[in-house]
Write a protein that binds this ligand. Structure first.
Ligand code: PEP
Length: 256
């Protein structure tokens, strides 16, 4: 395992109302020891409407959990009905925001340019983007997964300086493994994660690339986390479905 502190982030997607969010956060916090929460950074990514409740609970009880959002507007304020800005997320104390998730790319037609603008918006407000890249099954079967994901990474970081990219988190999420129960093998994950790190080195130098956490996401469960975390370049996981089950998510966080 690398010296980078592992990060396990739970993307709740469009699940759980604010009361269920409180219950899950409490259960999760009390399922993990201080030692475990120090060894591994554990982050929850609830829907927008749950953020205030999660923030209040984490602050009041000084829980050793991080939290963030699942999306951010490229704009700070204005006539953008339904959107939520980095200014608003920063005010709520969010440390992280997911950007470029395949579900946003697919259902909201977010292309690389939009992803790039959202990365910049997050950085502007000192929120760490969890920048997702990943290929569809057709691309994987054509053997173009490395070229595809490294190009997505470079496009998302266009115009982002090394200083701005210093705290970036990258998540490799093959689309064919998200919510399908079909996990990439640890070797599949390592191949792409290492290529993404090499791309970061090309963009920003070896030091930044060596310090950047690159996660794997796609049907991660307690049964497969150990093999994934065993890979030298994989620094953690972005967990979807399994993150809304407190016991299962806690088991994933206890992988070491
Ligand atoms: C995700 O949504 O980021 C994800 C990886 O989902 P799942 O774990 O359900 O495949």
């Amino acid at each position: 395992m690398s010296e980078r502190r592992p990060l396990i982030a739970g993307n709740w997607k469009m699940n759980l109302n604010h009361l269920e969010a409180i219950a899950l956060t409490q259960k999760l916090a009390f399922s993990l020891t201080e030692k475990q929460l120090t060894a591994v950074e554990v982050v929850v990514l609830p829907p927008f409407v749950d953020l205030r409740s999660v923030q209040t609970l984490i602050d009041a009880d000084k829980l050793l959990l991080g939290y963030g959002a699942q999306d951010v507007s490229p704009f700070d304020s204005g006539a953008y009905t339904g959107d939520v800005s980095g200014v608003m997320l920063a005010k709520l104390g969010c440390s992280y925001v997911v950007v470029g998730h395949s579900e946003r790319r697919q259902y909201h037609q977010e292309d690389d340019a939009v992803v790039n603008s959202k990365v910049k918006a997050a950085i502007k407000h000192k929120i760490t983007p969890i920048l997702c890249v990943g290929e569809g099954l057709d691309v994987r079967e054509a053997g173009a997964h490395v070229a595809h994901t490294t190009a997505q990474l470079a496009a998302a970081l266009d115009g982002v300086t090394a200083e701005q990219a210093a705290k970036l988190v990258v998540a490799y999420e093959p689309i064919w493994a998200i919510g399908t129960g079909r996990t990439a093998t640890p070797e599949n994950a390592q191949e792409v994660v290492a290529a993404l790190r090499a791309q970061l080195a090309e963009l920003y130098g070896a030091e930044l690339a060596g310090a950047t956490r690159v996660l794997y996401g796609g049907s991660v469960k307690s049964a497969n986390i150990a093999g994934i975390m065993d890979q030298p370049d994989v620094d953690g996981a972005l967990v979807g479905g399994a993150s809304i089950d407190a016991e299962e998510f806690a088991r994933i966080c206890r992988f070491p």
